[in-house]
Design a protein around this ligand. Structure first.
Ligand SMILES: Cc1cc2nc3c(=O)[nH]c(=O)nc-3n(C[C@H](O)[C@H](O)[C@H](O)COP(=O)(O)OP(=O)(O)OC[C@H]3O[C@@H](n4cnc5c(N)ncnc54)[C@H](O)[C@@H]3O)c2cc1C
Length: 451
């Protein structure tokens, strides 16, 4: 058993600070009292302290209002790696450790995150609270599949350890529970063994949405990672793009680790993400792959985290920010539904980035997002028209048996939410037991009637 170094960030202020908080989409914004506890006792005190609606917060990489409330308990200063067993890959870490920090510690020792979202900057706790999925959901499920136990501070300040055997209902409700069951103080997580910092990537060019869906489905069982970038702005050949299929290399090159972002987007007075520029970018991106099928070896950083290359890229959308609409729909009828959603949203705003993946059939908690089928994530500059179009498109998603991802949402209504998450009663019952006074609340949970 190796005990890992325990970095302490001495610059973080121990007293609460007043800050404007918002999600990655930069909307909505709220003046909040932000607590930054540095240890378990300070965390328990912050939870028990007086104040209004309180929500745990990690790195603020969820897009909407899930981590926004008038009182925020930010886990970013709980950054200790507590223990690591380099034989088994079992990591015990505080919730504020970022994915980047896990990789930088574990990869040179031959271990990697078992599931990772498309950015390395979120905290472990934030990823657990959203039960994030990666490009390998079809194969292994979400991050929850690798959690051995959680250490959770409840609304009354008690610390509870929960797992599949100990308080299983609390365990499952917390994974995907968007911070509404308590504050995740620490986690014991199983990492996956790897022999390289690189991946082999097969990229297959597709000519429309139908082919993108077909290639994703046909290759699901062959590759651990799969994802498609698609161009949604074209009338003819809408949904054409590249399906990228990855496997970890085995060349024993566990270095180098990533470099910090080289570019930083400035704060801008207006949105510069506009249709003509996006159409040009999409065309160049599509055409730069000359052959239908190419194979390359790619470092894990550009492979998993291409957007991290530009720091604060969300500022490019200007002061109104942007929104991401991510939904999951069953395979049956999924392609037609996605085409209808693209028609509806394209009339309201240009989609800046569209990412298509498949989900497998894996256990989730009551607020779990994935279901076996397709998932499509669409980024738009925020306007009133696109908010309305997304709400209308959400009705289409519900009618098709799908649902919207809470970590990305900032616009759906309570009725829509009730219609798409079938195990809501289970979650509400559990919450009533562990937080009867609704201490934990966010703008999102208020909007969706969860608090
Ligand atoms: C570029 C980009 C790509 C992304 N790609 C993916 C992807 O591929 N797959 C995917 O699933 N997600 C993806 N995401 C979303 C992101 O991974 C999740 O929103 C994640 O929850 C962010 O973690 P965070 O630390 O920033 O948490 P925050 O955004 O700060 O909080 C998210 C939720 O976690 C709760 N929370 C935070 N800390 C705690 C705690 N200590 N205890 C209890 N609850 C807590 C909050 O209350 C909130 O409900 C992406 C985001 C970005 C910006």
């Amino acid at each position: 058993m190796v005990t890992a170094p325990t970095p302490l960030d001495n610059r973080t202020p121990p007293l609460p600070v007043k800050e404007i908080v918002y999600g990655w989409g930069r909307h909505p914004r709220l003046a909040a009292e932000v607590h930054l506890p540095r240890d378990l006792e300070a965390l328990r005190a912050a939870v028990q302290g007086h104040g209004g609606a309180t929500i745990p917060r990690g790195a603020g990489r969820s897009y909407g209002d899930a981590a926004v409330a008038e009182r925020v308990i930010c886990g970013k200063s709980l950054t200790h790696l507590l223990a690591f067993d380099s034989d088994t890959g079992r990591l015990h870490a505080q919730g504020g450790v970022t994915l980047d920090e896990v990789i930088r510690f574990a990869l040179p020792r031959g271990w990697f995150l078992p599931v990772t979202p498309g950015t390395k900057f979120p905290t472990l706790a934030g990823c657990l609270a959203a039960d994030v999925h990666g490009k390998n959901h079809h194969r292994v499920g979400s991050l929850s599949a690798f959690v051995e136990h959680l250490e959770l501070v409840l609304a009354d300040g008690d610390l509870v350890v929960c797992s599949r055997k100990q308080h299983p209902e609390l365990f499952w409700a917390t994974l995907g529970g968007m911070g509404l069951t308590g504050v995740i103080y620490a986690v014991r997580l199983q990492l996956q063994p790897v022999r390289s910092a690189f991946l082999h990537n097969v990229s297959i060019r597709t000519s429309d949405l139908s082919e993108s869906c077909r290639v994703l489905c046909d290759t699901q069982h062959e590759y651990p990672y799969s994802v498609a970038w698609i161009d949604t702005l074209r009338r003819r050949g809408r949904g054409r793009g590249q399906v990228m299929l990855g496997t970890h290399a085995e060349d024993d090159r566990l270095q180098p680790l990533h470099r910090p972002p080289r570019l930083t987007a400035p704060t801008l007075p207006l949105n510069v993400v506009l249709r003509p520029g996006l159409s040009l970018f999409n065309m160049i991106n599509y055409r730069r792959q000359l052959r239908r099928r190419t194979t390359t070896t790619v470092h894990y950083d550009p492979y998993f985290y291409p957007l991290d290359a530009i720091d604060n890229w969300n500022r490019l959308y200007g002061p109104r920010g942007f929104l991401q609409f991510q939904f999951a729909v069953p395979f049956a009828g999924g392609e037609a539904l996605m085409a209808a959603v693209l028609d509806r949203t394209d009339a309201a705003a240009p989609c800046a980035l569209a990412v298509l993946k498949t989900f497998g059939d894996h256990p989730t908690g009551p607020l779990g997002f994935p279901l076996p089928g397709f998932t499509l994530a669409l980024d738009f500059p925020r306007t009133t028209a696109i908010e309305a179009a997304v709400r209308d498109a959400t009705d289409d998603v519900i009618a098709a048996g799908g649902r919207v991802y809470l970590a990305k949402d900032s616009v759906i209504t309570r009725d829509q939410f009730d219609a798409m998450y079938p195990r809501l009663d289970e979650f509400r019952r559990l919450r009533q037991q562990v937080d009867p006074q609704s201490r934990f609340r966010s703008l999102q949970s208020d909007r969706l009637g969860l608090s």
